[in-house]
Design a protein around this ligand. Sequence first.
Ligand code: UD1
Ligand code: CA
Length: 470
Amino acid sequence: MASDQSPPTAAPTAAIVLAAGIGSRMRSALPKVMHAIAGRPMVAHVLGTLAEAEIAPVVVVIGPDMDAVAKAVAPSVCVMQKDRLGTGHAVLQAKDALAAFKGDILIAYGDTPFVAPETLRKMRAARLRENKNGQKPSVVVLGFSPQDPAAYGRLIVGASGLERIVEAKDATPAEREVRLCNSGIMLADAKELWDLLADVRPNNAKGEYYLTDIVGFARKAGLGCAVVEGDTEELLGINSRIELAEAEAIFQRRLRRRAMENGATLVAPETVFLSADTKIGRDVEIGPFAVFGPGVVVDDNVTIKAFCHLEGAHISAGAVIGPYARLRPGAVVGKDAHVGNFVEIKNAHLEDGAKVNHLSYVGDARVGAKANIGAGTITANYDGFTKSHTDIGAGASIGSNTVLVAPVKIGDGAMTGAGAVVRKDVPANALAINSARQEVREGFAAWYREYRTELKKVLQARVEKEKAKE
Ligand code: UD1
Ligand code: CA
């Protein structure tokens, strides 16, 4: 599919995402690429970028026991690499799946989640650019110059472009001085890629089939190779939990910046945590320490006060949330509705202008427009076996500390008394009360205080008497 941004003559481009590594340095039962950044598995970030760059189809190379990855990347095709014999071998596993594909193939890594679609477009553009010899490069490698080149492959560039890639373990001391490194991401014509890969042999320090060998092979065959440089932050590879946390920090900074650019005020941005899919409208105010899990949509003019935790929730225009509110999946907050401190909302629709301001649990419920839920109200939605629904009509007024034992229905405009336990439906505009009648004992409090004071004196005297005996 052509777009304004993609070069008009660029070949259709497919992708192979390498994700078979177990990532032993993560020390995890979870495959490395399933670890999340901003609430989304690393590999899903990669697929998102590929989709944005209009690169399709995508084949993901996974290892054995990685059903979770296959599920996360569906409907992209997965192929399995049973033995982890190196990056070249991994790419070859996708050959059958892409046998019919004609065009370019991009090789991406599941653990390098931040590559920008723009960088991929630059690589595609580079495939069309002729070098001094009037040659379009057959292989384009995405390079970068990290602070510490350490274990990265080095890009050896000569007068006529990229000559070869040498792995750190196989490099001479002079080659190790080269700062331009291989990010691992590569673009090549499909047919040439398969031809070049056929010649790769595991005759190197690691005894692996190196994908990187194809650059030297291409040059020997008289084909051109080129480098496009990306920035260090976007090519960060994640191998440990420490790098995962660093990546999270980078991504959070981007998300916060984006929210602010789009017109939200973040009072203390560094304390707000967002998810990759968080949608925030204009003139939204977000207080310190708000946490957005996956699936949150915030419309315009919403205020989210400090210390809220939101997940799978839709908040409509003008609503005020928090401080200290928790919205769980399925929470839908209507226009100008209020959710106050220590209120938990789950799978419930608060219609426009409804208020649940203090210390309440509203789950599996509808709260009608402009209804007011008193402090401490609980929807008892679970009897240990099934979850049941509570329906509260428009304009209803629920007294403090009401327990609504679901399934139950409160009619429009109805009221419940403080402390009511509501087990039966309440008709519209009716009042439900069932707390015990109040008894008043005149003077009791004063008598009781006096009694306790006397008692204290008697007990103290007894203790002193015992002491004197000793
Ligand atoms: C590779 C590159 C190196 C580059 C670096 C960037 C080669 C030979 N080396 O080295 O030049 O600087 O990446 O991070 O390509 N994988 C498989 N199956 C395998 C082996 C690897 O799927 O059999 C996947 C891994 O899950 C990972 C990626 O390929 O996502 C890179 O593999 P890794 O072993 O980390 O390569 P490096 O040694 O880091
Ligand atoms: Ca690596």
